[in-house]
Write a protein that binds this ligand. Structure first.
Ligand code: NI
Length: 134
């Protein structure tokens, strides 16, 4: 549903414009990425983050975070943690263990190859299904 209560048609065909805010309005769960677009083998996913995620790494790919709203903390084991505010982005290098966290709900656009599992090598209760479009 968008802000006006209108169901969102999914997926939006290539070539057409869409509002990220309208897609976000249809997401009611935390840590449940939803695909909004693909470009070749890359997917753009919206996710609402609140609370602590789980430590994990992606052995085969970098992972880009673009913060749209709120503040996202990304903790690392091997380097200083980072804090991303709305409008900030970061690319977590492949193989680097990381743990996202948001004290208040935060809206993030993830950019990564199709097939990447959100919990990486760890799995567990926070593992989300892939290829769920909105
Ligand atoms: Ni990750």
């Amino acid at each position: 549903m968008d802000a006006a209560g209108t169901p969102i048609a999914a997926p939006t065909p290539k070539g057409e414009a869409f509002a990220l805010a309208a897609k976000l309005a249809g997401i009611d769960a935390h840590f449940s990425p939803r695909v909004v677009a693909e470009m070749n083998d890359i997917q753009f996913k919206l996710v609402k983050v609140q609370g602590d995620f789980t430590w994990h790494r992606h052995e085969h790919t970098d992972e880009a975070f673009v913060v749209l709203q709120g503040t996202l903390h990304i903790a690392y084991r091997d380097r200083a943690d980072i804090v991303l505010h709305a409008g900030d982005m970061a690319v977590v290098p492949r193989g680097v263990e990381h743990c996202p966290r948001a004290d208040a709900e935060c809206h993030v656009l993830l950019v990564e190859p199709r097939g990447v599992v959100n919990t990486g090598d760890v799995g567990g209760a926070l593992t989300a299904a892939n290829d769920v479009w909105i």
